[in-house]
Design a protein. Structure first.
Length: 386
């Protein structure tokens, strides 16, 4: 049987999840190139939260969220610790009736899938779940104890191992430096080692780098880099309770060892504000630090208002990373104007949540030509129309 030769560029959660899903087809011959290490790009800076209900992804895509969550839970069950699951639960805060309605819808959806969820207005109860919060700053909160956060780097490495076990090839430390286009179609690549290889399909999974890899085929990939500035707070007292993932519309917080990770939420970023977004070079990101006073000041204001228990915590470290965000904050998946050059990029602040469902559908499309509603909604062509 003639196999379809597929090249994946990038070994973050996007590339490895796709590689694993493609490796399940026995007529796929898959090679993944990662110029650095597996899961060491944006994925390594991720909070990895996959909450059963919050505002990070519209309830319209709730099945995407559920599929992601359950994929990682199964991974964790197969081998304990392999997805880095920390089951902290989530407290999602409502500031107004619109938030409340959205949270209640999410709770109903979570319950329909067999999970727990409740909307709480009793302030003592909210304070019992999270003693650091000021319950007077919110009108209520959705709570589930069933979800938590995962480790994107561990998951990516797990997907990479699984795809290799299925016969795919993972090449680490080798970048793709050029893509050959003939008659409007991508036909092969050149690697950083000078090797040339022909492929039937090339899928660009390079996240914030896709601005640059797109240029290899003369394509303007319409993503912006938004600054994801994460700050690690060291509370003065050791936490003697389970700190749940805390979601406010403007920011979120979660436990990271003995520290609390805080970050401005991705949907509150303004692509037209040069402090929030721009076009930068992800290769120049420092391992640690590189953050702006603007974001920590913003987050401290939020803490003072909403989580006063964290105001006295010292800052133990911080990092800057870039999310790849299209204008509508939804990913760009599938065909592009260049035949056989596909994208699985622009995951923004939701790549961990979205990669499993997207990769399942995209692998089917690549191998069988069958599209799905999700792929149609997240197609590159939607951005050309605007
Ligand atoms: C602070 C922060 C918090 C986040 N929190 C969450 C969260 O709670 N939940 C959630 O779902 N998502 C979250 N995200 C978003 C999520 O982390 C990203 O959407 C996701 O990791 C993007 O994965 P990716 O594979 O597209 O990109 P990346 O992880 O950046 O992978 C791209 C890879 O491509 C490689 N590459 C680039 N160019 C080349 C080339 N020419 N040849 C070969 N390889 C190349 C890079 O080395 C890199 O490893 C967060 C992100 C950040 C920054």
């Amino acid at each position: 049987m003639a196999k379809k030769k597929i090249c994946i560029i990038g070994g973050g959660i996007s590339g490895t999840a796709l590689g694993y899903n493609l490796s399940l087809y026995d007529d796929a011959e898959v090679t993944l190139y990662e110029k650095g290490r597996i899961g060491a790009g944006t994925t390594s800076k991720s909070a990895g939260t996959v909450c059963l209900f919050d505002d990070s992804l519209n309830n319209r895509y709730w099945d995407v969220r559920l599929y992601g969550f359950e994929t990682y839970c199964k991974m964790e069950k197969e081998k304990r610790g392999s997805a880095g699951f920390d089951k902290t639960g989530t407290l999602v805060c409502a500031l107004d009736e619109k938030d409340e309605k959205r949270i209640k819808t999410g709770i109903a959806l979570a319950k329909s899938a067999g999970y727990t969820g409740e909307y709480i207005t009793d302030k003592d109860r909210i304070k019992k779940i999270l003693p650091m919060i000021d319950p007077d700053s919110i009108i209520g909160a959705g709570y589930t104890a069933d979800d938590g956060y995962f480790d994107g780097t561990m998951i990516s490495n797990n997907f990479a191992s699984k795809m290799e076990a299925n016969g795919a090839t993972v090449i680490i430390g080798v970048g793709v430096t050029d893509i050959k286009v003939e008659g409007g179609a991508a036909v092969g690549i050149t690697t950083s080692e000078g090797k040339q290889e022909a492929y039937d399909v090339i899928v660009d999974c390079t996240g914030p780098w896709s601005r640059f890899t797109g240029k290899m085929v003369d394509l303007e990939v319409p993503i912006w880099h938004t600054k994801a500035e994460a700050f690690f707070m060291a509370p003065s007292e050791k936490l003697d309770y389970v700190f749940p993932i805390l979601k406010f519309p403007a920011f979120y917080a979660l436990r990271a060892g003995n520290n609390i990770f805080i970050c401005k939420s991705h949907l509150s970023m303004d692509l037209d504000n040069p402090m929030h977004a721009g076009q930068w070079d992800p290769d120049k990101l420092p391992e640690r630090g590189g953050t702006d006073d603007y974001f920590i000041e913003f987050l401290f204001e939020q803490m003072e208002k909403n989580v006063p228990g964290l105001v006295d915590a010292g800052l133990s470290s911080s990092w800057l990373s870039y999310r790849a965000e299209p204008r509508d904050f939804l990913p760009i998946i599938g065909d592009t104007p260049v035949k056989n050059y596909l994208l699985a990029t622009g995951y923004g602040g939701n790549g961990v949540i979205e990669a499993p469902a997207v990769s399942r559908d995209l692998a089917k499309y690549i191998m069988r030509g069958e599209s799905t509603l999700l792929l149609e909604e997240w197609a590159f062509s939607r951005l050309l129309k605007k």
